[in-house]
Design a protein around this ligand. Structure first.
Ligand SMILES: [Zn+2]
Length: 77
């Protein structure tokens, strides 16, 4: 009787462990999580863009090739 109880508990424990493991192995794909990656500000239009998308020229970053060619904006301030 006691052995059966222990086996049942062990089974429940194993199933719980498997369930947790499966949940951990299948993480939901998070769309554009702002974790870690620095955001850079376009020197022309002020748009914030992830570092891997930004175009850098010298010390300035730009959101697009067009803004990179236009250079930093002096109108804002
Ligand atoms: Zn821009």
């Amino acid at each position: 009787m006691l052995l059966r109880l222990l086996l049942t508990l062990a089974l429940i424990g194993a199933l719980t462990w498997l369930w947790r493991n499966r949940r951990r192995q299948a993480p939901p794909a998070k769309p554009t999580e702002p974790s870690g990656e620095p955001m850079l500000r376009c020197a022309h239009c002020g748009l914030y863009i992830p570092q891997h998308l930004a175009l850098t020229s010298g010390a300035s970053s730009y959101c697009s090739q067009a803004h990179l060619q236009k250079g930093p904006s002096h109108s804002e301030r």
